[in-house]
Design a protein around this ligand. Structure first.
Ligand code: DAH
Length: 339
């Protein structure tokens, strides 16, 4: 009987498993109710009384050994299957895996960058937490002027000079303060406004700011830049139109519209039957802004523009609710995979 135990012990020590079915064969042979070890337990009654104690101990030891070995073989197999690169089996079919996609905001942002980069613009960024100077004062918003209320602002409770930027125009100031003209830069980023959230408005969204400062930069250059962008982004037959407007930091200022690329100007729901849709604000940089950044406004001039990325994406993909961009619903996001 003790020989039998020794034989199983040796067999146990030598056995190796390479896959799940061999592991199962191990389980059946050494662990299951029909295992050799169970068989030996059954033979217990045939052992002479004076040997019963030693035999029982040896059997229990063997059973423990089998269980420990089973656990370690199973763990080993698991690590092989979860790290296939360490043990590649080239004969296996490849495992399908889901690749993520870019968020529509990033798709539009990247495309805008690409188009403006080809016009010689580089990309700049600035902080989302700003101060009054960069968000308002340097941009020619007079103190206590109602223009400051054009954009409802989140101020920091502890320090009313600190705020979440309401527009990316702040980055124009940072750029001009820290460098020397010429500047030709676009500035994408997130902005915040204290607005009630609805299908059309959100308390945070994204903008792309543009700034071009050099000698002899005129309104025609602004028009040309926007025209080129609009045709590249929305299609070759896109028309543009500038409507007089007001921004403290530009003079003159204009709102930019493009011809509705859905109905081709005939009138539809998107353009509210006007044939035109607004894509952003623009203008010639006010000389006061240049002076605030210690740039000689007699020598240099330039244009600026700002566009909402969500707005552009909503037009391009006919999305009717701005909240979709921040809800992270994969059924929405998945539609942009591969774009
Ligand atoms: N900062 C403006 C806004 O958030 C957009 C804007 C308008 C930016 C005119 C500009 C500009 O650079 O020239 O509403």
């Amino acid at each position: 009987m003790f020989d039998q135990v020794e034989k199983v012990h040796k067999e146990l020590a030598q056995v190796l498993v390479a896959n799940a079915s061999e592991l199962e064969a191990f389980r059946i042979r050494f662990i299951s109710k029909k295992s050799v070890i169970t068989g030996l337990f059954d033979a217990f009654k045939t052992v002479p009384n004076d040997q019963k104690k030693a035999f029982g101990e040896a059997l229990n030891e063997l059973k423990k050994e089998a269980n420990t070995k089973f656990k370690s073989l199973a763990a080993n197999l698991q690590s092989i299957t979860t790290h296939p690169s360490e043990h590649p089996d080239v004969s296996l079919p490849s495992t399908p895996f889901q690749i993520g996609g870019l968020h529509p905001i990033n798709i539009v942002k990247n495309r805008m960058i690409e188009i403006f980069e080809r016009q010689g613009f580089n990309v700049s960024e600035g902080p989302e937490m700003e101060d009054d100077w960069h968000n308002f004062t340097a941009l020619n918003f007079p103190n206590n002027h109602p223009a400051r209320e054009m954009q409802d602002t989140y101020f920091l409770e502890k320090d009313p000079d600190r705020l979440l930027r309401t527009h990316t125009s702040t980055v124009q100031i940072r750029l001009m303060e820290h460098g020397k003209p010429p500047f030709r830069s676009i500035m994408p980023g997130r902005v915040y406004r204290n607005e009630a959230i609805s299908a059309r408005a959100h308390c945070f969204f994204h903008q792309v700011e543009g700034l071009y400062i050099d000698r002899n930069v005129g309104f025609k250059d602004l028009k040309q830049s926007i025209y080129h962008f609009s045709r590249e982004f929305f299609g070759k037959d896109t028309q543009i139109r500038f409507r007089p407007s007001y921004f403290p930091f530009t003079e003159p200022s204009a709102e930019v519209d493009i011809s509705c690329f859905i109905c081709k100007g005939k009138g539809c729901k998107i353009c509210k039957n006007s044939g035109w849709v607004e894509i952003g604000g623009s203008g010639m940089v006010d000389p006061n802004v240049l002076q605030n950044c210690r740039i000689d406004s007699k020598e240099f001039s330039g244009f600026a523009f700002g566009m909402g990325i969500e707005r552009i994406a909503m037009l391009k993909y006919e999305i009717d609710d701005i909240r979709l961009f921040s809800e992270n619903d994969v059924r929405f996001l998945r539609q942009f995979n591969g774009l």
